[in-house]
Design a protein around this ligand. Structure first.
Ligand code: PXP
Length: 266
């Protein structure tokens, strides 16, 4: 009897609502409310909500994090820099997960991956304190073999692969370079899975690139924000999230087809 076709795991969608807060803060005041956006994202099929409390509080604020934790019916993923201040806030809020990201005040968004190789004892200490409190710790890293290996030694259970460079290359029409970056993502996902890490991906994803990421068997979660908030202007957030879920389901369907074909050929 032949071996069964490998089972494809479900894939989760975390919706990042930072840029609803960006819009609110452009005017001051309370609107649009990121917590209302979170509820609409959940109605559209989000499995979780992601929010980044930056050191300069340029979008999400402390009170938003507390309200998200109190009012959400789905897991909260708290994106943050690996600092004593943020670890203390995260421990007080007790989100489901923390994703540690590099942060520089002058950047427009999270530009590179976390340097886990150079993070040393300080980074391991932050990871340990969060993990001991029962918080799932994820490290946002570039698809670099040394960073993946260091992540596996760090005490974190999850890596989130930075898809920003790949998405930027695609948008710039740099096909060959984009293909090479995609290959780096695939190799990093395989390496990380072999080391027992759970793999997430995010940054710069749209419907097409999310579908492609969902076709990677090791990827268990995508975190997507800017594109969805932009689409919400045209079609509403709930609809945009629903379409994103459909794109991801299509990616998983492509993967199932690929696995079945290679199984039949074996
Ligand atoms: N994942 C991480 C770790 C991020 O820092 C961000 C940006 O805040 C995202 C995902 C979402 O990126 P985007 O807003 O480009 O979809």
């Amino acid at each position: 009897m032949s071996a069964p076709v490998p089972v494809v795991s479900p894939i989760r969608l975390g919706v990042n609502i930072d840029h609803v807060a960006t819009l609110r803060n452009a005017r001051g005041g309370l609107l649009p409310d990121p917590v209302r956006a979170a509820a609409l994202a959940v109605a559209g099929g989000a499995d979780g909500i992601t929010a980044h409390l930056r050191e300069d509080r340029r979008h999400i604020r402390d009170a938003d994090m507390a309200r998200l934790k109190a009012e959400l019916s789905v897991p909260l993923n708290f994106e943050m820099a690996a600092t004593d201040e943020m670890v203390a806030i995260a421990l007080a809020i007790a989100p489901h997960a923390c994703c540690l990201v590099p942060e520089r005040r002058e950047e427009r968004t999270t530009e590179g991956g976390l340097d886990v190789v150079g993070g040393g004892a300080a980074l391991r200490g932050h990871i340990g304190r969060l993990a001991e409190a029962g918080i799932r710790v994820s490290l946002f890293i570039a698809p670099d073999p040394a960073q993946v290996a260091a992540a596996a030694e760090s005490g974190a259970a999850v890596i989130e692969l930075h898809t920003g460079a790949w998405c930027d290359l695609l948008a710039a029409g740099e096909g060959a370079a984009a293909e090479a970056e995609l290959r780096r993502l695939v190799v990093a996902a395989e390496q990380a899975a072999g080391l027992g890490l759970e793999i997430h991906a995010g940054h710069g994803l749209d419907y097409a690139t999310a579908q492609a990421m969902a076709a990677l068997p090791q990827v268990r979660e995508l975190n997507i924000g800017h594109f969805l908030v932009g689409e919400a202007v045209f079609e509403g957030l709930e609809t945009a999230v629903r379409r994103m879920r459909a794109a991801m389901a299509q990616g998983r369907a492509v993967l199932r087809g690929r696995l079945a074909a290679s199984h039949a050929a074996a």
